[in-house]
Design a binder for this molecule. Structure first.
Ligand code: D41
Length: 670
């Protein structure tokens, strides 16, 4: 029996220690599989001998019996709120009020996590209870739920902690956990969460703590509440307190910094805002606090907010606005996409007046009507999205969104194939919208790369009926192009020259430029390498196409259908007659490709090769070209000013070559 107790004690201690290494020190000490093995063993032992389990056993983090309701808990010390600063001036004014009262100060800057504030009470180092912030004085008892959060220690680390201590912090859901949760919810047909904050709130305020346990919540401590029976641990600064919390095994954000000037605070704000989309969790600003505790006390608080702290918010990423209308746009492949026309609204630093509604399924999922008030989100640089509607604000005359039966551009029938989310105009290149997009694609950088032939120019060329197919580009004269708005002879001549230059290309680029559905750059490169000759590709059967790596049923069918269409055959003949050529491809036996089965990564700036061509050439030798370095990477090509990927490769011992090394290799392979 004694031995068993020892093993249980050791396992408990080891796992709790690993949790601290993982969540507090951000330095995992063992692989996940080993962690799981220890946990499995502990649960086995505890199940056989329940009376030997320790109160801080990590196995207790799975949730318990569901509650009927939450009890109320009065915080021993109120949880204050934070005043907001929305612009520089607000923060400058905050700083001035402080300077007038206590002179110059050091500030502590912390990311402002977008989660839920909680208070956790430890008595003699053991987690006793936990509460939501509530109204600041009284919150809800969520002890059972908080016990399931692995980032929160059930027992404080070390010795010398006070008899009683309230730890304040933010519970949040990391972005990856949020995405995974929504995937699971969707698969089960359950409701998806609008954002990580709502998901964290919904997960924490569960009467059934087993549900909380199944959600990967995180926690960062940001302050102390009541501290009783303090020993030698008294700290004189906020930063010191945060370090103290870390010593006790509580996670504190690694982004916390002391800034001794206003300028440094602004730099911190700008820096973390620029890295916002790369952080693992959602933040909505920076919390700035006076570091010196005595000065904090002198400053005191107004109403319920301290005068020594402020939340300096980022420009909002979510706003409400009115959905005024829905238009339908036709893309290159004929996809008819509903576009929301919004009452302009300032979100995340830009004014947004359009957002995509994707397709009919998305409209149904949102349950949105014209006239609705909608919530718009703009995260990072991604296109704005409608994430939800506000049902309470729906007017009586809200209009259903009806998908058009006929193409809004060419009046051909719109079809939606069984099992496809997208509806398409059946007009093909007869449809002006599809034609415009096809020609824009033809001229684009990764296709024939025709300099100066931007979207606006293509649109005018078609509107003025100077061009009807991609092949028409090659018979354009400079004087015809001068008919476009504000187009001088010199620019027109440049365009004609660029078109002439683009005639010499590669087979892969030419294939890609045709805009065959589902044939992207990589597939085009594979096709070119596999068949080597254009005639073989355009006459290939579906079976022959399936032999190409990465080409499946759907892609093969799209390719074969494309080359069967009379209109396409005609345009291709015209293009070839116009003189489009490419260097002959030396065909290799696929199994003997020199880089077959290898994964390569490109980083930094290449001076002699264009990045896309380098990628295509590596792929032609059989390599997979990935976006990030991992232990599975075979080689990293590091151009000028390579940064984190190079560092990672060196750390992992991945082979690194420079641009010259790549050129040598490519030359040797030809
Ligand atoms: O990250 C946060 N959301 C955060 C919230 C933070 N880093 N620090 C905070 N500090 C405080 C004071 C200054 C009152 C101790 C806070 C909050 N309060 C807070 N969270 C919700 C209401 C107040």
């Amino acid at each position: 029996m004694h031995e068993l107790q020892t093993e249980i004690d050791q396992l408990t201690q080891a796992i709790n220690q690993h949790n601290i290494r993982y969540y507090v020190d951000d330095a995992p000490s063992i692989p996940d599989a080993e962690y799981d093995r220890l946990m499995k063993r502990l649960i086995e032992l505890e199940q056989a001998h329940p009376h030997l389990a320790l109160p801080d056993s990590p196995s207790k983090r799975v949730g318990g019996i569901a509650l009927q309701k939450f009890d109320q808990i009065t915080h021993l010390k109120p949880m204050l709120s934070l005043d907001n600063a929305f612009e520089t001036d607000d923060f400058v004014a905050f700083n001035k009020r402080i300077a007038d009262k206590v002179g110059a100060v050091d500030y502590v800057c912390e990311p402002k996590l977008d989660g839920l504030a909680v208070s956790i009470t430890y008595r003699n180092g053991v987690l006793e209870r936990a509460a939501t912030r509530g109204d600041g004085s009284v919150g809800e008892d969520i002890t059972q739920n908080v016990r399931t959060i692995r980032a929160i220690p059930l027992k404080l680390r070390g010795e010398g902690f006070p008899e009683l201590v309230e730890v304040r912090g933010e519970v949040f859901m990391p972005k990856a956990a949020f995405e995974a949760l929504n995937q699971r919810q969707m698969a089960k047909g359950d409701k998806v969460f609008v954002n990580p904050r709502n998901a964290a709130a919904g997960s924490l305020r569960q009467l059934d703590s087993k549900i909380t346990a199944s959600r990967a919540l995180g926690f960062y401590a940001y302050a102390l509440g009541v501290v009783e029976g303090e020993s030698q641990t008294m700290q004189l600064t906020h930063y010191g307190q945060l370090n103290q919390l870390k010593q006790w095994g509580l996670p504190v954000s690694l982004e916390v910094k002391v800034c001794d000037t206003l300028e440094n605070v602004f730099t911190y704000y700008q820096d973390i805002m620029s890295r916002r989309s790369q952080l693992e969790y959602e933040i909505d600003g920076v919390v700035i606090k006076v570091n010196d505790i005595e000065k904090q006390q002198t400053l005191g608080f107004v109403a319920k907010a301290p005068r020594w702290a402020i939340a300096y918010k980022f420009p909002a990423q979510e706003e409400m606005t009115l959905l005024e209308a829905v238009d339908f746009q036709v893309g290159r492949t004929g996809a008819v996409t509903p576009v929301a026309r919004l009452k302009p609204v300032f979100v995340g630093g830009v004014t947004v007046s359009n957002a995509t509604l994707h397709n009919a399924d998305e409209i149904a999922r949102l349950g949105v009507k014209v006239g609705d008030t909608v919530i718009i989100r703009r995260a990072g640089d991604v296109i704005p999205q409608i994430v939800a509607i506000v049902p309470e604000q729906r007017p009586d005359d809200a209009q259903d969104i009806v998908f058009p039966q006929y193409c809004p551009v060419c009046q051909s029938i719109v079809e939606r194939l069984e099992g496809e989310a997208v509806a398409r105009c059946s007009g093909g290149l007869f449809c002006e919208a599809q034609c415009k997009e096809a020609i824009k694609h033809f001229a684009s950088r990764k296709a024939l790369n025709i300099d100066g032939l931007g979207d606006k120019i293509v649109e005018q060329l078609i509107d003025k009926e100077l061009v009807k197919t991609p092949a028409d580009l090659f018979s354009l004269t400079a004087s015809a192009i001068t008919m476009l708005d504000r187009m001088a002879m010199k620019s027109a001549t440049n365009i004609v020259n660029a078109i002439k230059q683009a005639k010499t290309t590669t087979l892969a680029r030419f294939l890609y430029s045709l805009g065959i559905r589902e044939v992207g750059e990589a597939t085009a490169a594979n096709l070119a390498q596999h068949f080597a000759e254009f005639d073989k590709i355009r006459t290939a059967s579906v079976e022959q196409l399936l032999e190409v790596s990465d080409v499946g049923e759907v892609v093969a069918r799209h390719i074969s259908q494309f080359f069967a269409q009379p209109h396409n055959i005609e345009v291709i003949e015209q293009l070839l007659n116009a003189g489009i050529t490419w260097p002959k491809i030396a065909q290799a036996d696929e199994s003997q490709l020199s880089l077959k089965g290898q994964t390569w990564v490109l980083t930094g700036t290449l001076s002699q090769l264009n990045r896309n061509d380098a990628k295509a050439q590596l792929q032609a030798l059989g390599a997979k070209v990935a976006g990030s370095v991992s232990k599975n990477t075979d080689c990293l090509v590091a151009g000028e000013a390579a940064g984190s990927k190079l560092a990672k490769a060196l750390e992992l011992g991945v082979k690194v070559i420079d641009e010259q090394g790549l050129l040598d290799l490519l030359n040797a392979s030809h």
